[in-house]
Ligand binder design. Sequence first.
Ligand SMILES: *Cc1c(COP(=O)(O)O)cnc(C)c1O
Length: 346
Amino acid sequence: MNHATYSETETARDDPATAPFGTVFAKRMSITYFKNEKWTEVEMVASDQLTLHPGAHVLHYASTCFEGLKAYRHADGAIHTFRIGANVTRMQQSARLLYLPEPGEERLKMMILDTLKANEEEVPEAPAAMYIRPTLIGTQVCIGSAAAPSFEACLYVLLSPVGDYFTGGARPLRIVLEQEHMRTAPHAGIVKTGGNYASALPHIMRAKTEYQADQVLFCPEGIAQETGAANFLLINDNKILTKDLDETFLHGVTRDSILRLGAHMGYEIEERPITIEEVLDWCRTGEAALSGTAAVLAGVGELVHNGEIVKVGNGEIGPNTEKLRQALVDIQLGNATDHFGWVEKV
Ligand SMILES: *Cc1c(COP(=O)(O)O)cnc(C)c1O
């Protein structure tokens, strides 16, 4: 590869509007270390490197958790976060469940806001956004700590400008109903931790190669739970139905936002265990969608059940899915009244 080609490629990839989600990074990140029972002063550093001892706990025993939230530039030019408090609380919970040093609420929130301010000019115009990735890792140097937590840690906040997830139009997803395997160990589902994604990967890869599927809906004991990185909702003209919260799966902020916004818009909200049979029955006439920060609400067009492809409704993204997604995006972008106190100016 000659130099000209290389730099051209780099330029194309550096454009958040066209680059794959999460591949472009803002120049600066904030970082702090937990050592001798306390956090060091937060520093703003270059975001393209991190020094770790090869024996760091995280590299061997997966003592890691992260968060994902977005900040948006509103029409007035000001930057606003969406439900930052919910993500901070969830990261504290993940840290506790992994026995990692727990960052204080104020410290973590300030780190996120300061990192946004330090990279202000890199926050794109809507509908593009700044994706925020707080990350906490165990840095204790001890490869003999397989059965012990890391008492030292590093916390950093990385930013990635991202385009509209659906640039070029949203496409209905194909989802495999997985009845045989779990995404992760049931007690760990609630933790936003790296190991869970590694655990789910073989099942997702099988669904991709065998069925050209986008994702897998894990249905342990025949109950529709969640996919590899998003929550699952059934929607129709009157109702939003989704699994009730327990520790086996990740409690999405988007899931909660859709349920609360949906209730406000007049939808009946039902949270309870849903069997596979019920999902299939619902999808004869109703809609199905995945919720998560990256895509907000993505319509499911097809389910793969016991090797057979079953259409959800007419196979297109449902009108209620689109209506709910748009209503939430309007709040996030400051184009609709935020009745919930979710949007905060940076
Ligand atoms: C992050 C995540 C979600 C979605 O959570 P949001 O807060 O809505 O972004 C759902 N499931 C898993 C496994 C996740 O990692």
